[in-house]
Write a protein that binds this ligand. Sequence first.
Ligand code: NDP
Length: 247
Amino acid sequence: MYDLSSQVALITGSARGIGRRIAEALAANGAKVVIADLFEEQVQSCVDQLRSSGCDATGVTVNVTQVEAVRAAIQTANEKLGRIDILVNNAGITRDNLLLRMKDEEWRQVLATNLDGVFFVTREVLPTMLKQRHGRVINIASVVGEMGNPGQANYAASKAGLIGFTKALAREVASRDITVNAVAPGYIETEMTAKLSEKARQELQNMIPMKRIGNVDDVSSGVCFLASKEAGYITGHVLNINGGMYM
Ligand code: NDP
């Protein structure tokens, strides 16, 4: 456990999946969490569940690809909570296709969510962190951004771009006690991997030195560490959480 009490954490794309688990884990370590996601109903249901288990949670509805919506959402979060100490840029999508068949829309949608979205949200949160002279930005990248994957040129480009973004920003804001790191998960048990056939799952596991697919707790524990004061001298780092699949 880490002591994140008195810390406010905003997590994008946190109404479900990995983002939700990150929000639950940060809250379990004492942080006040802001659930930021696309749809009001899902955001509210996630906030209600967190509150019913004793966590301090609030919600904002936002589409990270829309700069005005991001501005309004971050303003709302700042007004409600007065500070933002931890930003987890988790919202991300895939639109897989082989490059020769890839439609402009598939390219643009992935870049818009996975890169423009991170730029808009981080630019909006940063003034608060600069004023506080403290902050933690944690970007959820992917092993695919490091090693590539056929059928995912758009996604790989976005996640590799996110790693470059992480390192550049880390250098910009280090002197203000703001750390900027990336977490690069490998294959994680989600709705997507749950649908794999036994054969496909076996093949996937054989590619992973630890011989298992990761889970959302593997990712959230890395994020909690990077958010903690114990990680205060770590910046510009890419934390691989992939069972040794890429090193
Ligand atoms: P999910 O699709 O389960 O969850 C993503 C969340 O982000 C959803 O709640 C989704 O909302 C929300 N979201 C999507 N677009 C936007 C947007 N424009 N604005 C705000 N919120 C948005 O994804 P995962 O939990 O699997 O992945 C989370 C992150 O982890 C992503 O960045 C992904 O690239 C990364 N990752 C995932 C891996 C995996 O194996 N699952 C492996 C490596 C990295 P809605 O449900 O309404 O669409």
